[in-house]
Design a protein around this ligand. Structure first.
Ligand code: GLC
Ligand code: GLC
Length: 814
């Protein structure tokens, strides 16, 4: 069952009922000011940091869910009916409803009793504000008397403190009101510790306002039944403490067929420290007034929206496919790249499943996210790499997380996740292959943000490489530490009491527990490190690296091989994890995918076997499960992985993040049919028809789909902020469609199903445009002829030539 449809021409997903199985959200904002907005107008807004600078309040974990947003109430004064264009919070039955989530904007068009409301909301490219334009149209045959009310509830900035520290917070709220109530300021803590405030303003005179939540709602009421709306009369309340809000009232009389439009702006404003006040206790409003004045007219709004749309159009033109597979085209051209950009902006901070107050930027997560957006925003990717590397320690290990505002590592979680160092090589290599910019490798980058112990970025990569090379266990495999990519495989933890962190309880290192997954990473990213050494002319270091890689490769195909598949790990007692010897958890997806994509066991015939085992033991109609059989008991020596009920999360869920690894591995073996089959199973556009089962948004990936053992098999959870976005894009764009950036130029080597058909790709790469036409000839893999600008070239790589701006490429498979 579907709850909407894709409108590919408009680059939008159209939701046709407010009653989606879960809130289906969108993100507004591209730089520093962001909002989350659901299909019922729920969500919240923050500036730069969802924890420390949150403008509006949201109620996670509440009922009904998706509680609080930026709401408009429409009251029809002829019959006293009240409704919202997004249906919530009043939930009055609507005569029509449509929500369109576009790239950085959303619209809502709804009607009731012959009154129509259309809301457009977005964050302009260059300003720290959200613009909401509402148009109300009278379609009755007679005059309509309408009252329009706006409503936002302020968060007292620190979202964590805001929901805990009531003894203080119920007394700190402060506001100012100007323009007869059209402009409402929120200035809590401005007097003592802040130089910033928020403002909510409308471009018209108002008939009243409220800034006290209690005055607006009335005692014991929720936003579904505000007293003020029922009475049809604002109270002009000026909040002092308690819960400040901003609400405007505008009364309208509309003739038959008449429309009126209002522009509401929610903004964040900072003042210089020495220019905070215009009079004692009166905030300096000059910058706010200047900003608000930019969005007073419909023309100004239309212009700002056009700028936003052209930004996205230009950005997405960096990789564009046209094939006979509509669903592939829409994911590649629109939604998958869009989701990659959202993970760039949000990391894992703010979604409907991440509260915005938890973890900051993950070291491994951010490095992997980079793989999905480096072709879109290489300059910002460059800065991101430097920021991440700056949190590394001198021995190559790294803070697992860092804060986006300070860019400092989080000491509460610390280090000890032994896959982290190698992801830095992955991200850097992707950046250099994309841009050819070797200067980044020579940048001086601090360790733990201490410039006195800086090394070049290349020096950092050497530390990453050496960390793994020098932290090996009894089988010659890399030590796992607190965990590797699988945060829940905690082999050195042994947590027995609630409240302990599975990851940080117990020592950060154990001298025995080893990871075959990190072995796969070492082979793959070790080789990428060696290539970077060669680019810098350091052949000796490249040779040394390859010697080290050889040792780990050997360990992986011996101690790391279980007979039919790769072992997952060795635990602290040196017992195998993910082996036929185990009672539960006999096979894990990660080492199969990663070892094979790294090329391990290909020539020995092990790779074929491993992938066959994946197909036989882990595959389902909704994707490939992370392990089997699911853990039904808590295994103290394995940790959190066995804490989840069977079928959920890392305990036999379908973890979408590593499905592409298996798909990529299949392309390494030339299995186009199978690679694509895996791609389709978790691909949002391909599962749109089962939205009632899948539940999460059909236009973005979720981190996890419940596995076969779960009661709700097929149900998605934790949509949007997941490494799945980057990895599926890498899989489809670089391996299945086969346009892969190498140091020497783009290589063309698709691996597609036999019936995929011919396709064309436009790819911008290092100042040039590549128009690539692939003639499939029914082949799954292999290029028999490659023609570039009319000349045949040998091999798969289009030689990069300085100064050539356009490459017309014909690739014939067969
Ligand atoms: C979550 C984490 C990621 C981890 C994965 C598997 O997605 O953000 O870092 O690799 O879970 O545990
Ligand atoms: C839990 C989750 C895992 C996530 C981690 C982040 O362990 O199961 O997916 O990566 O928390 O800290």
């Amino acid at each position: 069952m579907k709850y909407g449809y894709f409108d590919d021409n408009a680059l939008e997903y159209v939701i046709t009922t407010p009653k989606t199985p879960l809130p289906w959200i969108n993100y507004l904002g591209n730089k520093e000011f962001f909002s989350l907005i659901s299909n019922t107008c729920g969500g919240y807004t923050f500036y730069k940091d969802a924890k420390l600078l949150r403008l509006t309040r949201y109620r996670y974990n509440n009922v009904p869910y998706d509680n609080n947003g930026k709401y408009f109430y429409i009251k029809d004064n002829t019959d006293s009916s009240v409704w919202n264009p997004g249906w919530q919070p009043v939930k009055a039955a609507l005569d029509s409803y449509e929500c369109r989530h576009g790239l950085g904007y959303s619209t809502f068009t709804s009607s009731k009793n012959d009154v129509e409301a259309k809301v457009l909301t977005f964050v302009p490219m260059e300003d720290n504000c959200e613009v909401s334009q509402i148009t109300i149209t009278n379609n009755k045959g007679k005059d309509a008397m309408i009252s329009l009310f706006s409503y936002v509830e302020w968060c007292l900035w620190n979202a964590d403190d805001d929901m805990k520290n009531f003894q203080r917070n119920l007394s700190t709220g402060e506001v100012e009101v100007t323009d007869g109530g059209s402009t409402l300021y929120h200035k809590t803590e401005y007097r003592e510790r802040r130089n910033h405030y928020a403002v909510y303003s409308v471009n018209a005179p108002v008939d009243g306002f409220d800034t006290s939540r209690d005055a607006f709602l009335g005692a014991y009421n929720g936003p579904d039944s505000p007293d003020v709306v029922a009475d049809g009369k604002c109270t002009n309340s000026v909040a002092s403490g308690w819960s400040p809000i901003a609400s405007h009232q505008i009364n309208l009389q509309l003739k038959p067929g008449e429309s009126k439009t209002f522009i509401f702006v929610l903004a964040y404003v900072e003042n210089p420290e020495d220019d905070k006040w215009e009079a004692p206790s009166v905030i300096n409003k000059k910058p706010a007034i200047a900003l608000l004045s930019k969005y007073k007219t419909e023309d100004a709004v239309a212009k700002a929206l056009a700028e936003l749309k052209s930004y996205w159009k230009e950005l997405l033109s960096n990789y564009h496919i046209s094939s006979k597979n509509e669903k592939v085209d829409r994911m590649v051209n629109i939604w998958n790249q869009y989701q990659c950009m959202v993970t760039f902006n949000m990391s894992r901070s703010a979604s409907y499943y991440e509260s915005g107050i938890g973890r900051g930027m993950g070291f491994r997560d951010s490095c992997q996210d980079l793989l999905g957006f480096v072709h879109l925003i290489p300059d910002r990717a460059r800065q991101r790499i430097i920021d991440i590397a700056s949190t590394q320690f001198q021995d190559g290990s790294a803070y697992h997380q860092y804060q986006p505002l300070t860019k400092k590592g989080n000491s509460d979680i610390g280090s000890g996740f032994n896959d982290d160092p190698l992801w830095l090589i992955a991200g850097t290599s992707a950046y250099v292959r994309e841009t050819g910019d070797l200067s980044i490798l020579k940048e001086m980058v601090p360790f733990d943000n201490d410039m006195s112990v800086a090394k070049t970025l290349m020096g950092h990569l050497k530390c990453s490489f050496d960390f793994t090379a020098t932290h090996k266990g009894p089988h010659g495999l890399p030590l796992i530490g607190r965990a590797d990519w699988n945060d829940c495989l905690n082999l050195n933890c042994f947590s027995e009491h609630p409240g302990e962190s599975f990851q940080t309880f117990g020592p950060s290192e154990g001298p025995v527990a080893e990871s075959v997954f990190i072995a796969g990473m070492f082979v793959k990213y070790g080789e990428e490190y060696a290539q970077l050494c060669e680019l810098l002319g350091d052949q000796a270091e490249a040779d040394r690296a390859r010697d080290e890689i050889k040792k780990v490769y050997e360990a992986a195909i011996t101690a790391g091989w279980d007979g039919e598949w790769f072992v997952r790990a060795y635990d602290a007692y040196s017992h195998k994890v993910g082996s036929k010897e185990c009672e539960e958890g006999q096979i894990y997806i990660e080492p199969q995918g990663f070892c094979v994509l790294a090329g391990i066991g290909v020539k020995e015939g092990l790779a074929e076997k491993a992938l066959k085992s994946v197909e036989e033991r882990l595959d389902t109609k909704y994707g490939v499960m992370i392990l089997q059989p699911a853990y039904t008991k808590y295994h103290l020596e394995l940790g959190e992985v066995s804490s989840y009920p069977p079928g959920y999360k890392e305990n036999a869920g379908i973890f979408c993040h590593n499905n592409p690894w298996v798909s990529i591995a299949e392309t390494v073996l030339g299995h186009g049919d199978r690679a694509f089959e895996i791609y389709k199973k978790t691909c949002p556009a391909y599962i749109e028809d089962i939205s009632d089962v899948h539940c999460t948004e059909p236009y973005v990936y979720s981190q996890m789909v419940a596995g076969r053992d779960a009661k709700f098999f097929g149900q998605g959870k934790n949509s949007w902020l997941t490494g799945t976005a980057a990895w599926t894009f890498v899989n489809i764009s670089q391996y299945i469609l086969g346009v892969y950036p190498t140091h020497k130029g783009l290589s063309i080597d698709p691996c597609v199903p036999a019936d995929f058909g011919d396709f064309e790709i436009t790819r911008k790469y290092r100042d040039a445009v590549y128009n690539i036409s692939v003639k499939q000839n029914g082949a799954q893999k292999g290029i028999k002829k490659l023609t570039v600008n009319g000349k045949e070239v040998s091999g798969n790589v289009i030689p990069y030539e300085e100064g050539v701006k356009e490459y017309n490429v014909v690739a014939e498979m067969g």
